[in-house]
Design a protein around this ligand. Structure first.
Ligand SMILES: C[S@@+](CC[C@H](N)C(=O)[O-])C[C@H]1O[C@@H](n2cnc3c(N)ncnc32)[C@H](O)[C@@H]1O
Length: 270
């Protein structure tokens, strides 16, 4: 099986996404969505950004490589009666099922960054966006001191070395790489803008409980723990991550979690 698909189907990202709903909504409110806008949400998970876009009246297609997340997204949309929000399986590196220039807005928040072959991903993002439309990506930033970049950094130190030719997803958080990838898709640098933005992970229990969700349900952390168990270092990994989650928690309440994480917001106008 495609290892990228296996990674995300192995866990259950809906458990983590529960802590991301408020920021997902706030982010989508900044997109200037109006009724009837055709939106593609790529690497949509269970709809953290797709559902808010549909609530604002957009016609939304969520595409994700993980079957379990596509099913969860369709269930959430049906529960809310959002007939304008559909989810289907697809791979950001090859969106052959989608027509050229068919979306006004293509959104990928911490989604397409996880696909291999970033040059292909950039080409597909540009191909499916209509002329005069927009692409908005949210990408974690390598070596950033906040939560997700640190989880991925710590986890990779315990995981086996990646296969040869592997391109780190975190390179989507480096502006020069983003410019180069979109240049390869025919979009000049002046059509790309960058901003730092923040996503807050809110959870109604202490940070250790959110970490527990990452350990049990977030593919990259699950893999790191599996590898650390084999090398007898699982307790060290747990300790490092506990320290991280505790030190980043900004909730004034001891029994709750509120952790901000910085990301690179990329806007492309092809
Ligand atoms: C960190 S989650 C983010 C999900 C969602 N955008 C959110 O913010 O809640 C990453 C998502 O990207 C999806 N993904 C990873 N590789 C992909 C690929 N090649 N094509 C499409 N989706 C992919 C995963 O299945 C997962 O749902």
């Amino acid at each position: 099986m495609n290892p990228n698909k296996a990674l995300w189907e192995k866990g259950d990202f809906t458990r983590i996404a529960e802590s991301m709903r408020e920021s997902g909504e706030a982010l989508v409110e900044s997109f200037g969505i109006r009724k009837g806008l055709r939106v593609l949400d790529l690497g949509c998970g269970d709809g953290t950004t797709a559902l808010p876009a549909a609530r604002l009246g957009a016609d939304v297609l969520g595409v994700d490589i993980a079957r379990n997340l596509v099913e969860a997204g369709n269930r959430r949309a049906a529960k809310e009666g959002l007939a304008n929000c559909k989810f289907q399986e697809g791979d950001a590196t090859d969106l052959h099922e989608l027509a050229d220039h068919s979306f006004d807005l293509v959104v990928s928040i911490f989604g397409a960054m996880f696909a291999p072959k970033p040059a292909e991903v950039a080409k597909e993002l540009v191909r499916v966006t209509r002329r005069g439309g927009r692409i908005i990506m949210g990408n974690w930033i390598p070596n950033d001191p906040t939560l997700v970049a640190q989880i991925l950094k710590i986890s990779s130190a315990y995981a086996p070395p990646p296969p040869e030719g592997f391109v780190s997803p975190m390179t989507w958080g480096i502006e020069s790489h983003v410019v180069e990838r979109f240049a390869g898709a025919g979009v000049p640098a002046e059509k790309i803008s960058f901003a730092r933005d923040t996503f807050v992970f809110n959870y109604p229990t202490p940070p250790a409980a959110l970490l527990d969700e990452f350990r049990k349900y977030y593919g990259p952390t699950m893999n790191a723990f599996e590898a650390a168990e084999k090398s007898g270092r699982a307790a060290d990994l747990q300790k490092e991550l506990e320290r991280l989650f505790e030190s980043q928690n900004r909730s004034p309440r001891k029994d709750a979690t509120s952790i901000p994480a910085t990301f690179l917001r990329v806007t492309v106008a092809p």
